[in-house]
Design a binder for this molecule. Structure first.
Ligand code: ADP
Ligand code: MG
Length: 264
């Protein structure tokens, strides 16, 4: 059977919204020209939404975080202005890198995800990974062709987030592939990287001081390094939970007159 005119022109969104559009056109007495414009705009809008959804899925973002959802008062060593400037994404346009350094729970992943979210909304392709995942993916490739193919996946997007550098020590093979990736992206695409380990430890992490020096040289040439020296937000949340728990258990021990019922 011959495909309908909408399918032939691949106007699937227009086809879906057409009945509603026609009703509004009749009700508001649109001219033919307005009708045509609205119809084409609806198709464009639908395509854009689909592209955003596709990019979001491909980015493998573990959870949505935003700059506005970050409590800067909790992390006084961190400059809000600096993060807001990064959220302008000029670092993506210039293929520069962003490195978040700091102990666990200080918001490194949160801020990386928030910047990734901005990039996605702005129309960039993004890929999120941890170093462990990346090393595993490249190592499990059974032949050199497959390694190159997988490497390309990490080289292609304008923004690559590599989270949790420092938790996993790399094998010589993995260290070499990590180096190759950073070299391939150098001045071609941005990396956001988070680490709880100081750069001095990277020789140990990669098992090779010379390789680590060469890798850091490329990584840091055009990079904004943001060190967060603060408290863990996770600990704060746990402490609050504990306070709530202890308050509610105290309340439970009080009678309605506010006197302690006492136990035992
Ligand atoms: P890190 O990657 O540095 O270990 P995360 O970014 O994973 O820390 O933060 C741990 C949790 O605390 C996350 O749920 C994150 O959204 C939240 N969090 C961390 N810092 C802040 C902050 N300053 N304001 C709001 N939420 C925060
Ligand atoms: Mg993290």
């Amino acid at each position: 059977m011959k495909k309908g005119v909408y399918q032939q022109l691949n106007l699937t969104h227009l086809q879906a919204v057409l009945p509603q559009l026609l009703q509004t056109a009749q009700h508001e007495q649109w001219t033919y020209e307005t009708m045509l414009q609205r119809a084409l705009a609806a198709e464009l809008e639908g395509r854009e939404q689909k592209a955003i959804a596709r990019r979001l899925k491909a980015a493998r973002i573990p959870s949505k975080k935003t700059v506005d959802g970050f409590d800067f008062t909790f992390q006084p060593t961190l400059s809000e202005r600096r993060i807001r400037e990064l959220a302008d994404l000029s670092f993506v346009r210039t293929c520069a890198n962003v490195i978040f350094l700091g102990p666990p729970g200080t918001g490194k992943t949160h801020l990386s995800l928030a910047l990734a979210d901005r990039a996605l909304t702005a129309g960039y392709s993004v890929l999120f990974t941890t170093l462990a995942e990346l090393a595993q993916a490249l190592e499990s490739a059974s032949h050199p062709g497959l390694v190159r193919q997988r490497l390309r996946r990490y080289i292609a997007p304008p923004l690559l987030v590599i989270d949790e550098v420092g938790y996993t020590k790399l094998s010589p093979e993995q260290a070499h592939q990590f180096f190759e990736l950073v070299t391939a992206r150098y001045e071609h695409g941005s990396i956001i990287l988070t680490s709880n380990t100081s750069f001095a430890q990277w020789g140990n992490l990669l098992g090779d001081e010379v390789l680590a020096t060469a890798l850091l040289d490329r990584l840091l040439h055009h990079a904004e390094v943001i060190a967060i020296n603060g408290r863990s937000y996770r600990m704060k949340e746990r402490q609050q939970e504990r306070t709530v728990l202890s308050v509610s258990s105290e309340v439970a021990l009080l009678g309605t007159d506010g006197k302690s019922i006492g136990v035992g």
